[in-house]
Write a protein that binds this ligand. Structure first.
Ligand SMILES: Cc1cc2nc3c(=O)[nH]c(=O)nc-3n(C[C@H](O)[C@H](O)[C@H](O)COP(=O)(O)OP(=O)(O)OC[C@H]3O[C@@H](n4cnc5c(N)ncnc54)[C@H](O)[C@@H]3O)c2cc1C
Length: 467
């Protein structure tokens, strides 16, 4: 059949959170604009849900997004990949050979998993997790009797997978080159209790070690060799290895046309404009700066992709808007502990040559006389030069995400430790600790005054009541 040629006002390449948010917001602001999205996959995925689908908590099909998220906005959805993109002429060819011309291009091609370039890493029983195909292949392995999973990478995605495989009865080895889990989210001193929780549940932690090579026979891995000489044997006919060591931008199709990009992605300004007029980009395919020090930082999170895409939609619709940069609020779970972080850890701040002042706060999660009070622990990180809050970490038996969002807002509003210590909070027996203390406020006071001590043990009856 002859190829077709069509014109659209705005062509969106990519159907993840950035592409979807852009379509919905642009069509809301300017319904008369003709918007077309190209994306290859049958189902756009709720990636964050995949580990829990692997765990078997729900039907895996619940991790599929509905196409109506795009089409109900009035945008056209074409399920094909863009295979040739002329950024200057705004002319795109899809995998079936059909041609699209547009006035504006919005690039939202996201990122793909990194697999380290080590011998044997292309064996057939090595996986990553992102697509529907990844999820289904891993489920097949589990359902076909896998007994061991080696997860390489103890970031949020690796840690959630490790727990999923363990809950399905597999022996799990969790490997990371860092000396503690979640190295881009928390400092070592916050990780100790997470290590204990993972080990208590039977996950074998192999830290301070990276994958040196993978031994494979007939294209099936049977041994992982670590940099410290340790080896992990896997049954090549049954077991699997999963890499969760980071993401790289999916931008090959845009190369060779003068589009400014670096190893983290397409460079965009605070209005999501690339260096080529009429070409915008957002989400994981982009490189951007930290909202804290305005220097480059990685921020491959849906919670960054969405506000970037909103900004792009507003700018394309002719409104004034700008994106402040990545703050990287993120959350995960380690069994019954909820973990969240924002901004810079003290370790990352040091790498960025920022001297820090830190403080800790710890309270029961709810009133201590209530059943199962649990606890919440907060670490606050400030720039020692001006006491401006630049990071926070929370571990809690209740939600950590709501506490971390308070700290993110403080960072965005450039509050100092003193400013955040003035947080006016609420208290109720089932929902918070008592009026006497709030763990964030306590952490700020600790950083400012060194009081109260992080190791202080307390009982509600001994706490001084605030006036
Ligand atoms: C397992 C997992 C768990 C995660 N959990 C969280 C979490 O809890 N919280 C959080 O904030 N973030 C999480 N993330 C990260 C988050 O999913 C990403 O940051 C987010 O999806 C980025 O959105 P995006 O639209 O920029 O890119 P993507 O979601 O990667 O979407 C890119 C789209 O572009 C399409 N595309 C690529 N090339 C082409 C082409 N040539 N032509 C047409 N289309 C193309 C892709 O097929 C896809 O539809 C998780 C990621 C994974 C993998």
């Amino acid at each position: 059949m002859a190829s077709q040629e069509a014109h659209t006002d705005v062509l969106v390449i990519g159907g993840g959170p950035a592409g979807i948010t852009f379509c919905r917001n642009l069509k809301k602001l300017k319904p008369e604009v003709d918007v077309t999205m190209l994306r290859p996959e049958k189902h756009s995925m709720v990636y964050c849900a995949i580990p829990y689908a692997l765990e078997g908590l729900f039907d895996p099909a619940k991790a599929f997004k509905r196409d109506e998220l795009v089409t109900d906005s009035g945008a056209n959805l074409i399920k094909r990949a863009a295979t040739q993109v002329d950024l200057h002429a705004k002319r795109v060819v899809d995998e079936a050979g059909d041609v699209y011309t547009a006035d504006i291009l919005f690039l939202a091609t996201g990122a793909t998993n990194v697999i380290p370039r080590v011998p044997g890493a292309d064996a057939a029983n090595i996986y990553t997790v992102k697509t529907q195909q990844d999820m289904e292949a891993l489920l097949r392995n589990i359902n076909n009797g896998a007994k061991r999973a080696v997860v390489v990478g103890a970031g949020a995605i690796g840690i959630e997978q490790a727990q999923a495989y363990r809950s399905r009865g597999l022996h799990v080895d969790l490997v990371d080159m860092a000396s503690h889990v979640l190295p881009s989210m928390i400092d070592e001193d916050m990780a100790e209790e997470l290590h204990r929780a993972l080990e208590r549940e039977g996950i074998n932690l192999m830290l301070s070690a990276y994958t040196d090579r993978i031994r494979a026979r007939n294209n099936l891995a049977d041994q992982v060799v670590l940099s410290n000489g340790e080896t992990i044997d896997v049954n090549p006919n049954r077991d699997f290895i999963c890499f969760a060591v980071g993401m790289k931008p999916d931008i090959e199709v845009f190369r060779g046309q003068g589009l400014i990009m670096n190893s983290d992605g397409i460079v965009v300004d605070d209005r999501m404009r690339t260096n080529i007029p009429g070409v915008y980009a957002a989400g994981d395919c982009c490189s951007h700066v930290s909202g804290i020090d305005k220097k480059p930082v990685s921020g491959k999170l849906a919670t960054n992709a969405v506000p970037m895409a909103k900004t792009a939609a507003r700018v394309v619709a002719g409104k004034d808007d700008e994106y402040d940069g990545f703050f990287n609020g993120a959350a995960t779970c380690v069994y019954d502990l909820r973990v969240a972080s924002t901004g810079f850890t003290a370790e990352i701040a040091k790498q960025r040559q920022i001297n820090t002042r830190v403080g800790w706060g710890e309270t029961p999660s709810i009133f201590p006389m209530m059943p199962l009070p649990g606890k919440v622990r907060v670490k606050i990180v400030a720039d020692a030069a001006d006491n401006r809050v630049i990071g926070g970490q929370v571990i809690s038996t209740l939600s950590a995400a709501d506490k971390i969002d308070i700290i993110t807002l403080a960072i965005q509003q450039r509050l100092t430790l003193k400013g955040l210590s003035k947080l006016s909070y609420s208290a109720q027996p089932w929902q918070s600790f008592m009026p006497a203390r709030h763990a964030i406020v306590q952490a700020c006071e600790d950083a400012l005054d060194g009081l109260p001590s992080r190791n202080e043990s307390f009982h509600y009856s001994e706490l001084p009541e605030r006036a």
